[in-house]
Design a protein around this ligand. Structure first.
Ligand code: ZN
Ligand code: ZN
Length: 422
């Protein structure tokens, strides 16, 4: 079928959707509506997160402010399948996150962040199939592209292609280091180290002075003891400070390198999957595993989700906000086109425990599975699938069989599912 209102979205046009999405996210985290531009899986994770917050009696507000320069990075990174292109668009912002409970405010943090989004748009010459499963952006009901254009079966809304795409598939937040703050902290630390080392030195000098033979006037003695103490203590203080900084640099290197040491294995295994599924990319995979992880930790019972075949581990159950820092693929086994992949997720998370919010850097191992006989489909979501046996579209997030023909729907045949989290 040819789509009459076919709207071509150029890569450079994505700055506008990005800005609109930032506004919509800001509204959402201040109690507003689900971001209209968010894709189906992202909507689902946001809903699950809000439900989790509400069940814990928490309210998270995020305020995003544009930081000075209004620059938006229309990144060169993009990946595509037959029909869609996913582009990475980012910008710098100032984020204030505050979390309140019935005890009042329990967390507040302001940081400069980089906010990257993965925006999906139609390829210039793509002709998506009218039977492509898609959720109604208005009421959320599972539908198809063709149906949405002629009017949603449930709410009756008509959509133009330009209203359905582009869509934001995922977003990533990374903290930017604040240099001025860091420098001020270093100066303060150096002073403390010098003073803390000089004082004991002066005292030691005085004690020695008392017992040693005194051939100068007592005032001269005290002056030389203080002077000697300052000099000696100051030097020790600076030395201690330098040592501390050295260790900090090592610790920071460790932090920044999280997952970096495994880049080679990640590339090798990603390539192995790509050999069987030419449209697979590590960017696509990163988006997928992050969505899956968020769904598993935000949901009340992970095992009830169609995309998750295991329980959420106890140390992840108190996560209320998860951001991916890096990931690595540590193993990949393909047998009879069933692909099992082991990944490590390096994350920055907020945990809620004993009435307190803690910000932590986390590491979780996850195993995911997919039958790779079907090629990667960037628009796929369990929220709207079409039954392989009767063709009906339905929401497969919480069901194991097609509600129309009762045919068992095997989720891992269509998309990645989690089989283990540790
Ligand atoms: Zn609808
Ligand atoms: Zn069916």
């Amino acid at each position: 079928m040819n789509i009459p209102d076919f709207h071509i979205t150029e890569h450079s046009d994505l700055a506008e959707p990005y800005k609109a999405f930032v506004r919509q996210m800001s509204d959402w985290y201040n109690g507003g509506e689900l971001p209209e531009l968010a894709g189906q899986d992202l909507r689902f994770t946001l809903e699950l997160q809000r439900q989790k917050m509400q069940s814990l009696g928490l309210d998270m507000q995020c305020n995003l402010k544009n930081e000075g320069s209004n620059q938006i990075n229309v990144g060169g990174v993009s990946f595509s399948d037959r029909i869609f292109t996913n582009s990475i668009i980012g910008g710098n912002m100032n984020l204030t996150r505050s979390i309140g409970s019935n005890q009042g405010s329990i967390y507040k943090n302001t940081t400069d962040i980089g906010l990257s989004t993965v925006i999906q748009s139609l390829k210039t010459d793509a002709q998506p199939n009218a039977s492509m499963a898609l959720c109604c952006p208005h009421c959320g009901a599972p539908s198809t592209l063709g149906e949405l254009e002629s009017g949603c079966k449930y709410c009756g809304t008509h959509f133009l292609m330009s209203e359905l795409y582009p869509k934001v598939m995922n977003f990533f937040v990374s903290e930017n280091e604040d240099k001025a703050k860091k420098d001020a902290k270093s100066k303060r630390e150096l002073k403390i180290f010098i003073i803390a080392s000089a004082i004991p030195m002066i005292i030691i000098g005085m004690i020695f002075g008392l017992f040693a033979g005194q051939n100068q006037s007592p005032t001269m003695n005290i002056v030389s003891e203080i002077f000697g103490g300052l000099l000696c203590g100051g030097m020790i203080g600076i030395m201690l400070f330098v040592f501390k900084k050295m260790f900090e640099v090592f610790a920071l290197m460790g932090k920044d390198l999280r997952g970096g040491g495994k880049t080679a294995s990640t590339l090798v295994y990603a390539n192995k999957i790509k050999k069987n599924d030419p449209e697979f990319s590590s960017e696509y995979f990163r988006d997928k595993i992050m969505s899956l992880f968020r769904m598993a930790v935000y949901s009340k019972d992970a095992a009830e989700l169609a995309c998750c075949k295991c329980q959420c581990p106890e140390n992840a159950a108190d996560i209320i906000e998860a951001q991916l820092y890096n990931f690595s693929i540590t193993d990949c086994k393909i047998k009879d086109m069933v692909c099992d992949v082991d990944v490590i997720l390096y994350l920055d998370c907020l945990h809620y425990n004993n009435g307190k919010i803690k910000s932590k850097t986390d590491k979780f191992k996850m195993r995911v599975r997919k039958h790779i006989k079907n090629e990667t489909d960037l628009s796929f979501s369990f929220a709207a699938v079409s039954c392989p046996s009767c063709g009906a579209s339905f929401d497969a997030r919480n069901v194991k069989a097609c509600p129309y023909c009762n045919n068992v729907y095997l989720h891992e045949e269509h998309d990645w599912v989690i089989t283990d989290i540790r």
